[in-house]
Design a protein around this ligand. Structure first.
Ligand code: PLP
Length: 390
């Protein structure tokens, strides 16, 4: 009955949605309507990094709901959860990333950052990378590095060009007319692809030399996911604008673009209100995100990531697995084809392990569990995945 109504009245994005219904989620587990337990290996696609319904997050949501929900559109009035969260984020970021513009979603953060880059540089060209995913609104879609997914929606933004990832000569395209270069620090939907450290440093240098802004999209790879609080730390570079989303809200919808205050302040004049959002930085979402970030820090979930990554790698061993790519707990398990991968995923779901695949790398299984998943559950989940291969 619910399934029928879901298919009839909830807009669908594919012809064959999974259509599982979960009754409850807690920590690293999901339970369906029949009470069957699943180990959640994807955490709502890199959202639930501190586990589902972390008690500190739930408490913060309840406390904020008791005070106020929506009071005013973004920016004009002081909303404590926004101020406190922006301050905490700034305290854990390099000095030049000190001004936080909160949005509703990741893609809105991308849009805001693109506008800021154009406004601040007076330039219009934006460079992105092949196999990049930055969201689904038209600006972000213009940056998307896959013709299959963007072609039906043309015309997209003019002045957007795609470079080859990890390709040194293509960096020569960054020039005096480039407003910004947008890069996922670790490419997610490409199937967990890391930059060559020398290449990303050369990219940073080239942007500085050309006066182009480097925008790093850490919507999927931040908050300890890759074994450091921010993925860019591992490469010894700092972006001009940092994009956050997903885990930023502790399970609630929240995005942000973050820059140095004088740069960000360009959105406050000529014209004023350079980016407007009604719900961006919603107080309940900021309260939840703040509590989630405090939980991540105080429970030191990041430091255990490399060891858990190693346990996954050691237990994901099977002749049918072509490759395991990982950056901390952002893991891609590659099979021969999408068909093989989908078969394994479906059987694993049947056995109580919840995973999926990547948009541009459908032959790879996505693994991005809560960072506080237990080692026992990692081993159990890996065994069940291996048993699902035949
Ligand atoms: C790297 C990256 N950037 C941007 C986005 C867009 O975020 P949202 O879906 O919140 O708009 C995503 C979402 O998957 C993402 O993975």
């Amino acid at each position: 009955m619910k399934r029928e109504l879901f298919l009839r009245h909830v807009a669908q994005t594919t012809d064959n949605p999974l259509a599982l219904e979960f009754a409850r989620a807690e920590g690293s587990y999901l339970w369906d309507m029949e009470g069957k337990q699943y180990i959640d290996l994807i955490g709502g696609i890199n959202v639930c990094h501190i586990g589902h319904r972390h008690p500190r997050v739930v408490e913060a949501i309840k406390n904020q709901a008791d005070k106020y929900l929506h009071t005013m559109v973004y920016g004009e009035i002081i909303q404590s959860p926004q101020v406190d969260y922006a301050t905490l984020l700034a305290n854990h970021l390099p000095d030049s990333l000190n001004s936080v513009y909160f949005t509703n979603s990741g893609t809105e953060a991308v849009e805001g950052a693109m506008k800021l880059a154009k406004r601040a540089t007076g330039r219009t060209q934006i460079l992105a990378f092949q196999h990049a995913y930055h969201g689904s609104t038209q600006g972000s879609l213009s940056l998307l590095g896959d013709e299959f997914f963007r072609n039906a929606f043309r015309p997209l933004l003019p002045g957007v060009y795609h470079l080859r990832h990890n390709h040194f000569p293509d960096l020569d395209a960054i020039a005096a007319d480039t407003a910004a270069v947008v890069l996922e620090t670790i490419q997610g939907e490409a199937g967990v692809v890391a930059p060559d450290p020398a290449w990303i440093r050369a990219l940073r240098a080239k942007c500085t030399q050309a006066g182009a802004l480097l925008i790093l999209d850490e919507i999927q790879c931040a908050f300890g996911r890759c074994g450091s609080l921010w993925a860019f730390e591992q490469f010894g570079i700092v972006p001009d604008i940092l994009l956050l989303g997903k885990a930023l809200g502790g399970g609630m919808p929240l995005g942000a673009f973050i820059a140095d205050r004088p740069l960000m302040h360009e959105l406050a004049h000529s014209p004023i209100l350079g980016h407007i959002t009604t719900f961006g930085g919603h107080p309940v979402c900021c309260a939840a995100g703040l509590a989630g970030f405090n939980a991540l820090l105080s429970e030191d979930m990041t430091s255990g990531v490399p060891e858990k990554e190693a346990i996954f790698r050691a237990n994901l061993s099977h002749p049918a697995i072509r490759e395991v790519r990982s950056q901390g707990l952002m893991i891609a398990v590659e099979f021969d084809s999408f068909e093989v991968n989908k078969g394994v995923i479906d059987r694993a779901i049947g056995k109580g392990v919840f995973t999926d695949w990547f948009l541009f790398n459908a032959q790879s299984m996505r693994i991005a569990p809560p960072l506080n998943i237990s080692t026992t559950d990692i081993i159990r989940a890996c065994n069940l995945i291996c048993e699902s291969i035949h």
